[in-house]
Design a protein. Structure first.
Ligand SMILES: [Zn+2]
Length: 439
């Protein structure tokens, strides 16, 4: 009898503890599907839910209201290749050496001993799909991303997350567990939003920046003599018409970016509606994030070549079936994503993670995962370290910056001159970290 009561108590406690907390999670409580959506170049600072003045993401906001939102999530780099490698491996550049600047070198391939999240999921009988464009060498499918994917679908244009063959794959695997990685370059430069979004936020601009696709294609075709894709030329032609010292240009470019975000949000809403129709929304873990953000002259920089918050703060929103929505202010990083997915599946890592599972933050058993987060472009290049209170940036040139994050999230006031002791402490922690992970 006592044994029966004990079993009953255990059963009740286990069911009360919900999806994640059940200690010996049964297969039925584990997610049927994991959908990882990366909206390349979407700055966390452009989300209304993070305090941005424009409200461009109604569909994402609805999703956030059903999810765990990490308000202070950071990339581990400012570039596409290392940012995505961090998501897939739970390791940053300092550990896996997947540096964007080394991509000219064909030998830069993820070592076999470092497993991707797809490899873990494949072993658990997940059907796996990579739905992303690959014309960009930063998402090269010979560097390790491709491992353990059943399908590498790269034919969709930048007009949404789905196309006929993707829908067919989802339909074919209706009754299987699925891992889908979806990627979009829509909000990446050049910032050319379609109608009716174009000119929504800055209709009166009269400068030289091109915002319409037909105009930009005409310019590009005039200069592109080879008939093949030339991303560098595309970038050059767009940005040579931008005057970084002209605030009017910066305002307009920001408006174009926000219009692109609004269009992307519309497509995201379409995708979520599709998932609902197919009964895939409620029972899936859905993650929306980005590899890095974007600068519009805030620190005299454009695009994503620095480590200020506009560039490295990213959205990180996770909807987990059975877990109540929540906003979390503790700092987390993209390297925490893979350990979290493994934790959800009660899996043990087979390689060393640098990141940590965010589940203890989600269930409230810890207040923070670590004392500091570190973001680096390259161990020999620009580096930054955040604590809850301060941010220290060390440039390749030796220039240093220190900001009080509690008062100055936008990093407008460099306080290093009056706070040399704080800067020195953070500098030491930064270099101790790099020495340690390099071993
Ligand atoms: Zn990117």
């Amino acid at each position: 009898m006592q044994r029966l009561i004990l079993i009953a108590v255990v059963v009740i406690l286990t069911s009360l503890s919900g999806f994640y907390l059940s200690e010996n999670k049964t297969t039925s409580k584990q997610p049927s599907n994991i959908i990882l959506i990366s909206i390349d170049t979407l700055s966390g600072m452009h989300l209304n839910k993070n305090g941005y003045h424009r409200s461009t993401t109604p569909n994402l906001d609805q999703f956030i209201s059903e999810s765990i939102m990490f308000n202070k999530a950071f990339s581990t780099s400012s570039y596409t290749f290392p940012g995505h490698m961090a998501m897939f491996t739970g390791q940053s550049i300092a550990m896996n050496n997947m540096v964007a600047f080394k991509l000219e070198d064909r030998a830069v391939i993820l070592p076999k001993k470092i497993k991707t999240i797809t490899e873990y999921l494949k072993k658990q009988d997940f059907k796996t799909a990579w739905f992303a464009p690959t014309q960009d060498y930063q998402l090269d499918l010979t560097r390790g991303f491709e491992r353990s994917f059943d399908i590498l679908e790269t034919t969709a244009k930048e007009d949404g997350f789905l196309n006929k063959s993707r829908k067919e794959w989802i339909e074919k695997n209706k009754d299987s567990k699925k891992f889908m990685f979806l990627h979009s370059y829509l909000v990446h430069d050049p910032y050319i939003p379609p109608k009716p979004y174009y000119k929504k936020y800055d209709p009166d601009y009269k400068g030289r920046i091109i915002g319409e696709m037909s105009e930009f294609e005409e310019l590009y075709n005039k200069h592109n003599k080879t008939n093949s894709w030339n991303g560098k030329l595309r970038k050059k032609l767009y940005f040579e018409r931008v005057d970084i010292n002209d605030s009017r240009d910066l305002i307009h470019m920001t408006a174009l970016y926000d219009e692109e975000i609004e269009f992307q949000d519309y497509l995201l809403g379409q995708f979520f509606a599709y998932l609902r129709r197919e009964s895939l929304y409620d029972n899936s873990v859905i993650i929306v994030t980005s590899d890095h953000g974007e600068a519009f002259g805030q620190h005299n920089e454009l695009r994503h070549n620095t480590l200020h918050n506009e560039v490295i703060q990213v959205p990180l929103i996770i909807k987990i079936p059975g877990i109540k929505p929540k906003a979390i202010q503790s700092h987390v990083q993209l390297i925490d994503l893979a350990p979290t997915i493994l934790d959800l599946l009660s899996l043990k890592p087979r390689h060393e993670f640098e990141g940590k599972s965010m589940m203890p933050l989600i269930d409230g058993s810890v207040e923070k995962l670590r004392d500091h987060t570190i973001t680096i472009i390259d161990p020999s290049d620009m580096k930054a370290i955040h604590t809850t209170d301060y941010k220290y940036i060390l440039h390749t040139s030796g220039k240093r910056e220190l900001y009080n994050l509690k008062e100055d999230w936008k990093e407008k006031n460099n306080i290093i001159k009056d706070n040399e002791d704080i800067a020195q402490d953070l500098h030491t922690v930064l270099f101790n970290y790099i020495t340690k992970v390099k071993k």
